[in-house]
Write a protein that binds this ligand. Structure first.
Ligand SMILES: NC(=O)c1ccc[n+]([C@@H]2O[C@H](COP(=O)([O-])OP(=O)(O)OC[C@H]3O[C@@H](n4cnc5c(N)ncnc54)[C@H](OP(=O)(O)O)[C@@H]3O)[C@@H](O)[C@H]2O)c1
Length: 309
């Protein structure tokens, strides 16, 4: 192969890395179209062949968390410069450019489960499947503690991927299997809804170790506030909406040293900018929030047979 390697080649490497066992100490070699790349645990990579700059950026962006063992929760929000994720009437199609939407499909393809709040299901009727890139569909999870999701929503009927409808435990049995690859599960809830850590714990018990919290703003905010998110992808589009639904909203702080300061990398995503925020690598207040919240989690054991998903 004489030409520089293109992003499709890099994406095929990343998909292979997604399924590798990273618990061992050593680097792993993957071969795509006769060209090999060596990837070390943690994502450092080496390739003897020349890569296009956007192919190298793709590897740099994804491999640090794809080539890592253990659980991971990543969240994303596509927002305007003024931090809005939808208009006041709930319209969000499309704030971001095509490349940013492709990025979202890449995130879905790299995780085991994608989580959305019921507000998103009712506003967007989303499919939550992988369509813009090669890759498999994740398990789809709807957080609906009060049972207000529209029964006719596509994802409850299309059978395109296993789907979990999480309801308050007073509204649903512990676990019921329904047609169209739908599972309905009752989960304990507090006044502020499900504890994000309990949702992630339940998903881990069901075999989903990498989870994408895709939206909307309320859902991502609750997970971030609870210290349950390891990484946040903010895709910022160069437009000002000036009103509408906010993205991340956290409790007020008085001093800026109380602000969250994750480790931040920036990537161009078409006309948008992707901020890749690593909370796990951050220091200070966020780590204190994280460890406090994690300590408070009581591990629950769920009886869901992994094969149901
Ligand atoms: N730009 C983007 O990236 C993006 C992504 C997704 C969605 N959106 C847009 O965002 C809007 C919807 O966002 P939203 O913030 O209004 O709503 P949302 O986050 O989709 O859903 C919020 C609701 O989900 C339930 N929920 C979320 N977290 C929960 C938890 N930890 N425990 C229990 N229940 C939980 C609650 O339901 P109850 O109120 O019933 O308790 C909550 O009110 C739509 O307009 C959609 O188009 C944009």
């Amino acid at each position: 192969m004489a030409d520089e390697l293109v992003p499709d080649w890099g994406w095929a490497c990343i998909l292979q890395a997604r399924d590798a066992d990273w618990a061992g100490a050593g680097a792993i070699s993957f071969t795509v179209e006769g060209v090999s790349v060596e990837i070390a645990p943690g994502g450092a990579w080496k390739c003897a062949h020349a890569l296009r700059a956007d192919t190298a950026a793709l590897l740099d962006l994804f491999l640090p968390w794809v080539a890592t063992p253990g659980r991971l929760a990543i969240a994303q929000l596509g927002q305007s410069l003024d931090g809005r994720i939808a208009t006041a009437s709930g319209a969000s199609h499309y704030i971001n450019c095509l490349e940013a939407r492709t990025h979202l499909h890449r995130l879905r393809a790299l995780v085991d489960a994608v989580v959305v709040g019921v507000g998103t299901v009712n506003a967007d009727n989303p499919l939550l499947t992988v369509r813009h890139v090669a890759g498999r569909n994740p398990v789809r999870v709807v957080l609906d503690p009060r049972g207000r999701a529209r029964a006719e929503a596509n994802l409850f009927h299309d059978g395109a991927a296993p789907t979990v409808h999480l309801l308050g435990e007073d509204l649903a049995p512990a676990c019921a299997r329904l047609p169209d690859r739908l599972v309905r599960v009752g989960l304990p809830r507090t006044e502020s809804g499900f504890a994000p850590a309990a949702v992630l714990e339940w998903l881990a018990g069901a075999g989903c170790r990498r989870v994408l919290v895709e939206g909307g703003g309320l859902t991502v905010s609750r997970f971030v506030q609870a210290g349950a998110i390891d990484r946040l992808h903010l895709l910022v589009a160069p437009l000002l909406i000036g009103s509408g639904r906010p993205g991340l909203v956290l409790p007020p702080i008085d001093a800026l040293d109380e602000a969250l300061r994750p480790v931040c990398r920036q990537f161009r995503c078409g006309g948008d900018t992707l901020f890749d925020l690593d909370f796990d690598g951050a220091h200070g207040r966020f780590q204190q929030v994280k460890s406090r919240e994690t300590r408070n989690v009581t591990t629950k054991h769920f009886n869901l047979d992994k094969r149901m998903l």
